[in-house]
Design a protein around this ligand. Structure first.
Ligand code: GTP
Ligand code: MN
Ligand code: MN
Length: 611
């Protein structure tokens, strides 16, 4: 790399000096065989996907069934985000707070520099210029991912605006503000060494330097660990930017609701990973006359508009959705989106006729290849060996979604009328609760809890606090994050702020059945919330907030027994009394940085519950 003319550096398609010097520095450290600047073209897609087919990473699906689409199986040890290997390396440890792993930046850099040294040998280093959110934004949010993974290149084409269309922005006014994001699978090749289908390393680090707005990732090739525009940039780094600049970067879907009277409302909703965002975002309402359109299924950036309302933009360009459970009944619009092809499927089953299948999908095949690459039959499924990993994913372009809202690419965003927090709880949390005001809604978000899912490794089913569904994604101190939410509310006109609701689709009866049918039927809850905004729907004031009676919810055509709906809506004071010590424990853990207003809310709740 020290020759006079270096391909990929001296003939790089940009004049941005910061970018060029970073690319040079990374190449000198990681020693790739060659450097390729990604342009995002179809030719590049064909080249990279063919290479992945040849390497055994991808299998091309049947063109008639899923055009231009591929199946991939990861290493069985590289299947989800690795929270215990994720670090916020702020200068001051207190700024990472009690919910993040921390190491001093210099110490982390010296460890990782040694890991990166020569780590791209035998591989191609790809430079992916990308933009999170519309490229027509006043200040486009730029990033550059350097990676040695073709799988990442293909995925980033679906998930972000990238390549030739964004590169000119690096010569514009926001050009030097890009977030550098370095990724390596950590699997250098000796000359002549045969590659494996899914290169990765047992040692993994997913690291953020919030002050420098810098991301370093090593050892994993999967999802949020490797597609660095997503969780790393758009949540962890962006949340730190948002704190400094007075906006919000949140783990939220964005949807548009159109009433029978043709009134439009935009709502955002934060549920922890694998708790229903993608499903709700593409919902097909079961109540007549109501329509839903999608703007985003995972991340929302919300800034105040000139009119004082909070406007949301989805920084992403594709959906990276949980596959199992997705079917023509639960999420028909996701099924239609992937049917149009141009998609990647990771850790699902490959059918013998060149299509994909996963648990919960219609038409179970009598034989398939499992995500572990083994022969699979329904008998294996019955014996507890699923065909697909519970965190298997489809990666598909948003533009293919048949209910995509026409304004999805508008840099102004959409004005949010309501925010929903929600988690996966068997007990205690009612189907829906309306907060009293912004501070109380912030308290609901701050105390949000959920049973752990397969989207992160370890501890399946345990109840944990997941504030605003952001526990793994807050890029700074959680106490400061709550204070930031309070400040956002204080700085705004209360009438223009979104109303905050708390939902739980997952409450169960004694026999373990879901009390609420969920999915398309959730439109009934959305309708109640909208009618609350309009001052039209009834609610009962309870210790925890405003809760509808079963009669206040539109039950027409719903075949769930009314007793179940009542049980789903119940505010059980005894259950809440057992919740209080858990909230206290959580607040004690946050310690001195917990805003006093959150303590005040807890004390007021205790008083109302009589504890
Ligand atoms: P990430 O993409 O990981 O952030 O998760 P997500 O919030 O988008 O999760 P997703 O919508 O993919 O939901 C995944 C799981 O929740 C699947 O097992 C679904 O079947 C289940 N689910 C979603 N909505 C509902 C619902 O309304 N009721 C019930 N019972 N299950 C639901
Ligand atoms: Mn998510
Ligand atoms: Mn999702």
């Amino acid at each position: 790399m020290t020759a006079a003319t270096v391909p990929g550096i001296d003939d790089a398609p940009t004049t941005n000096a910061r970018l060029l010097s970073w690319v040079r520095e990374v190449a000198e450290l990681t020693r790739p065989d060659r450097i390729v600047w990604c342009d995002g073209s179809d030719a590049e897609w064909d080249r990279v996907t063919s290479q992945l087919v040849e390497a055994g990473t991808f299998v091309k699906l049947d063109e008639a069934k899923k055009p231009n689409s591929f199946w991939a199986a990861s290493d069985p040890n590289d299947v989800a985000r690795v929270e215990e290997r994720t670090f916020i390396c702020s200068v001051d440890e207190a700024d990472a707070g009690v919910t993040n792993n921390w190491m001093a930046p210099a110490e982390m850099k010296s460890i990782m520099t040694e890991l990166y040294r020569g780590c791209m040998a035998g591989r191609t280093m790809y430079v992916i210029p990308f933009c999170m959110g519309p490229i027509t934004a006043e200040k486009p949010m730029l990033g550059v991912e350097i990676t040695d993974s073709e799988y990442v290149v293909a995925s980033m084409k679906i998930m972000t605006r990238m390549g030739a269309s964004v590169l000119p922005l690096f010569d514009g006014p926001a050009g030097d503000d890009f977030v550098p994001a370095l990724h390596s699978v950590g699997a250098p090749l000796e000359p002549g060494q045969q590659d494996v289908p899914w290169p990765c390393n047992e040692t993994k680090y997913i690291v953020h330097f919030p002050e420098e707005r810098l991301i370093w990732s090593y050892g994993s090739g999967y999802g949020g660990n490797a597609l660095l525009g997503k969780k790393c940039y758009s949540l962890r780094i962006a949340s730190a930017m948002a704190r400094d600049e007075g906006w919000l970067a949140e783990h939220m879907l964005i949807l548009k609701l159109i009433s029978p009277e043709d009134k439009t409302y935009y709502v955002a909703a934060a549920f922890p990973s694998a708790c229903g965002k993608t499903n709700l975002a593409m919902l097909e309402p079961t109540i007549p006359g109501w329509k839903v359109e999608t703007l985003g299924d995972d991340i929302a950036w919300m800034r105040f508009g000139e009119d004082g309302r909070l406007y949301a933009v989805n920084p992403e360009y594709g959906f990276f959705g949980v596959a199992p459970g997705t079917n023509w009944k639960t999420n028909p619009n996701a099924m239609r989106t992937i049917e149009r092809g141009n998609s990647l499927f990771t850790n699902v089953a490959l059918t013998d006729d060149g299509d994909i299948w996963w648990e919960g999908m219609e038409n179970e095949p009598s034989h398939a290849t499992s995500w572990k690459g083994k022969d699979w039959t329904p008998a294996d499924g019955e014996a507890g060996e699923p065909s697909s990993h519970p965190n298997s994913r489809y990666c598909t372009p948003m533009s293919q979604c048949p209910v995509l809202a026409p304004e999805w690419d508008d840099p102004k965003g959409v004005p949010i009328s309501a925010i929903f927090f929600g988690g996966r709880r068997k007990e205690t949390i009612p189907l829906v609760t309306e907060s009293r005001d912004w501070q109380h809604g912030t308290f609901m978000g701050a105390t949000l809890s959920s049973e752990k899912t397969a989207a992160a490794t370890g501890g399946l089913g345990q109840v944990r606090r997941d504030p605003m569904a952001m526990l793994p994604f807050i890029g700074y101190n959680v106490g400061d994050y709550f204070q930031h939410w309070i400040n956002v509310g204080k700085g705004a006109d209360a009438d223009k702020l979104p109303k905050i609701f708390y939902v739980n689709w997952f409450r169960r009866g004694e026999d373990g059945r879901f009390l609420w049918p969920g999915f398309g039927e959730n439109s009934r809850v959305l309708k109640w919330a909208i009618e609350r905004l309009e001052g039209k729907a009834a609610a009962v004031e309870t210790a925890i907030g405003y809760v509808p009676t079963a009669e206040a919810i539109d039950m027409q055509g719903l075949d769930t027994p009314i007793e179940d709906v009542e049980a789903a809506l119940k505010v059980d004071v005894e259950e809440w009394k057992t919740e209080i010590p858990l909230i206290e424990e959580w607040f004690d853990k946050i310690g001195a940085k917990l805003p006093t207003s959150m303590r005040d809310e807890l004390e007021a709740l205790k008083l109302r519950l009589g504890v």
